[in-house]
Design a protein around this ligand. Structure first.
Ligand code: ADP
Ligand code: MG
Length: 453
């Protein structure tokens, strides 16, 4: 672009950075200003996914920045191909990416540029899910079918699902992929039933090489949709087409889903994503900062990671807060800035529960010894207190599943996961157990605050 445009674009970008560093991405440097016409500034981004991101997250901040940078009232338009000057490159080209897309009733196939394998930090909490996702990109339909990823909110399920799609799209551009939210699937099903166009529906969902459905727990109680989904599943499975699903709970813990579906969800690989441990959170903060083109020191990343210990979306929010304050203060991101940005959240300072204190409390309460907890003994009188230890250690310390398993007699992470889930679930129905665990928790955290803050 001409020098004047270059300069204008640089001004605009720095205005965006000042006002909302959280939405900035390193690839903003690839955006080109194609011109201003009829009060609209046109900006060209590398792909549909990038354009979608800009339209979704950045419309307002770019518009304000455009006004600031030019001193004129301007609108902003994001496109994949310039439409203003008819340059030779785009003129009449058959591959013009900007040609109007055929109207489609279902989610357009665009993936967030943030959700790739490169930007996914692998840790003990998501290693299995990540490895399975990678394997699927290498040999779709043949390694694990279906792949069923489950985990709590904001732990990276959608990120991994989209990374799979992008990976497969790169490996085989001709592959027919369908990525859709469960609600999208349900809506589409209802529409097709109502308009009597079930053939369309079947064609759309069965004639694909990869079907990815996000958040399948929304199928709960939807009997007819489940029935159709069951047939969709079978059809794809028989043709060795890859199916990838995500959910907020493991298959057998999604309420109100038919048994025959639950059993199919188990046919391939069921992979959990757990909340990330501290070290992984630090890496995620660094990774996000890099992706935003921001510089932060290790101690600041560590500080942010220590503040937020569950949902990764909140971690990103905390990083944004810190970046914002730095931007307002026109300062680099220092520890001091981080402290004052997140200072008021000092709260949750997790009580320093140690694994020893968990063991002390549990051995006293259940009258078992540490050595039997660490032994291979599987009698209930020992196995159960051991599971309680695992549960408490998981809930109240920063150790990973592997580490906890190792400590309690060299058990693997799935044993710990099983224990954590079992005790967590049992607590909900068994009052005595719940009371016992609350008592242990009070002892551990030295407080009488009610749980569930
Ligand atoms: P979910 O679908 O499980 O609710 P998302 O996939 O939407 O969660 O993830 C929430 C946010 O956390 C996203 O911005 C995502 O990029 C980020 N995130 C989650 N896990 C990771 C990870 N392992 N590495 C990097 N970013 C992650
Ligand atoms: Mg999601």
């Amino acid at each position: 672009m001409p020098d004047t445009d270059q300069a204008l674009w640089r001004d605009l970008l720095s205005a965006v950075q000042r006002s909302d560093p959280g939405v900035c991405r390193h690839w903003f440097s690839e955006i080109k200003l194609s011109g201003i016409e009829s009060g609209v500034m046109e900006l060209v981004a590398p792909s549909r996914g990038h354009v979608e991101y800009l339209r979704r997250e950045c419309m307002r901040v770019f518009t304000e920045a455009a006004v600031e940078a030019t001193g004129h009232l301007l609108g902003v338009r994001f496109v994949t191909e310039p439409t203003l000057q008819k340059s030779a490159a785009t003129d009449g080209a058959a591959t013009n990416g900007h040609a109007p897309q055929p109207a489609s009733a279902i989610d357009e196939l665009t993936f967030s540029p943030d959700y790739t394998f490169e930007s996914f930090v692998v840790g003990p909490n998501n290693r299995l899910a990540h490895a399975a996702a990678r394997a699927i990109v290498d040999t779709p339909g043949r390694t694990y079918n279906p792949l069923f990823i489950h985990g709590g909110v904001g732990l990276g399920k959608t990120h991994l699902l989209q990374a799979i799609c992008v990976g497969i799209e790169q490996n085989s551009p001709d592959a027919r992929l369908l990525y859709i939210s469960c609600e999208g699937f349900i809506t589409r099903f209802i529409e097709c039933v109502q308009s009597g166009r079930m053939d369309d529906f079947r064609h759309q969902f069965r004639d694909v090489d990869l079907l990815v459905i996000d958040d399948v727990h929304f199928l709960a109680k939807r009997d007819r949709t489940q029935d159709e989904f069951f047939h969709t599943f079978n059809s794809l499975y028989q043709q060795q087409r890859q199916i990838v699903l995500s959910s907020d709970a493991p298959p057998d813990q999604i309420p109100d889903v038919e048994e025959r579906l639950v059993s199919r969800f188990h046919w391939g690989m069921v992979a959990p994503i757990e909340p990330p441990a501290y070290e992984t959170r630090v890496e995620i903060v660094k990774n996000k900062a890099r992706n935003r083109g921001a510089k932060i020191d290790d101690d600041v990343a560590g500080f942010i990671a220590a503040r937020i210990d569950s949902n990764i979306r909140e971690l990103e929010g905390a990083l944004t807060k810190v970046q914002m304050l730095a931007s307002v203060d026109e300062s680099p991101v220092t520890m001091e800035i981080a402290r004052s940005a997140l200072g008021e959240e000092r709260r949750k300072e997790p009580a320093p529960v140690t694994i020893e204190s968990v063991v002390d409390a549990v051995t006293a309460y259940y009258d078992v010894s540490l050595s039997s907890l660490q032994s291979k003994k599987r009698h209930r009188s020992i196995a159960f207190p051991r599971q309680v230890c695992m549960y408490l250690a998981r809930e109240h310390t920063r150790y990973s599943l592997e580490e906890i398993g190792g400590y309690f007699g060299g058990r693997d992470h799935s044993t710990v996961l099983h224990a954590v889930r079992k005790v967590g679930k049992a607590r909900q129905t068994d009052e005595h157990l719940d009371a016992a665990i609350r008592r242990l928790e009070r002892e551990l955290t030295g407080s009488s605050k009610p749980s569930g803050e």
